[in-house]
Write a new protein. Structure first.
Length: 250
């Protein structure tokens, strides 16, 4: 078989019912090109290979798992990208869907990678640590609302699908998990530029306990900073508020 590697944050899904629920959620939207992130022991992969009329690619960094996958599923020949997901180029030329039991130690970085490809990502079904899933879904005023919440929700509608017990994995992680779906927003937010938006959000939450007047003062002229909105802390602003503020930046 294969060994689990803690250094890669490996907790392999073993619950067949959860695998089927993920694939069922995946198939609620049509797609032709699919990339699986971190197939590991192939628990999900075996079901993905049964979906008709799609082009599947799987990204796996671990040599041992690649060897195991190729020997177990001969259909994967030529479909495995044997690299770290964070270092790969866009896997398809046209629009594609992502699915995966994402390694928890790099799940936030995976989301930032997905944001880079957002124009071509038609849907994402991902397993995350429950805490991270809740953070992605959180709205303003919630203590877990932060950079991930704002940046993801600016471009994707977030749907919290279901939670997954620790017992569904081998070895069991010390945290609960949850599966979420991301679909592109139907109407794009108006903002001066994505660079301005990302800079504003990251700068604001970098000092989240301070008022905006103190945390983002270098991004605005002094006269603009007199506006009452700058009395607020970043977690009090909606995604729309951040987008609107970009038009007032230097």
């Amino acid at each position: 078989m294969y060994k689990l590697k803690k250094s890669l944050g490996q907790h392999f899904l073993k619950d067949e019912n959860i695998c089927k629920k993920i694939v069922s959620a995946l198939q609620q939207h049509s797609f032709h090109q699919l990339i699986e992130v971190g197939p590991g022991g192939g628990a999900l992969t075996k079901y993905l290979l049964q979906i008709p009329n799609i082009e599947l690619k799987a990204v796996e960094v671990d040599d041992e798992k690649v060897e195991f996958l190729l020997s177990t599923f001969t259909q994967l020949e030529g479909k495995i990208i044997h690299r770290d997901f964070l270092s790969i180029e866009k896997p398809f030329e046209n629009k594609f869907t992502l699915v995966g039991n994402f390694p928890y130690n790099i799940s936030s970085q995976i989301l930032f990678k997905i944001l880079e490809w957002k124009e071509d990502v038609e849907s994402v079904i991902g397993m995350f640590q429950k805490e991270v899933a809740q953070r992605i879904k959180a709205k303003e005023g919630n203590k877990t609302y932060g950079v991930l919440s704002v940046l993801i929700q600016a471009f994707f509608d977030v749907e919290y699908l279901f939670e997954v017990s620790e017992k569904s994995f081998q070895p069991p992680p010390k945290v609960k998990s949850a599966v979420i779906r991301l679909n592109p927003v139907k109407k794009s937010l108006e903002m001066r530029s994505q660079n301005n938006f990302f800079l504003l959000v990251k700068t604001a939450f970098n000092q989240r306990r301070k008022t905006l007047r103190n945390s983002v003062k270098n991004l605005f002229d002094a006269t603009i900073l007199q506006d009452e909105v700058f009395n607020k802390r970043p977690e009090q602003l909606s995604v729309q508020d951040f987008a609107s503020l970009t038009f007032k930046m230097k």
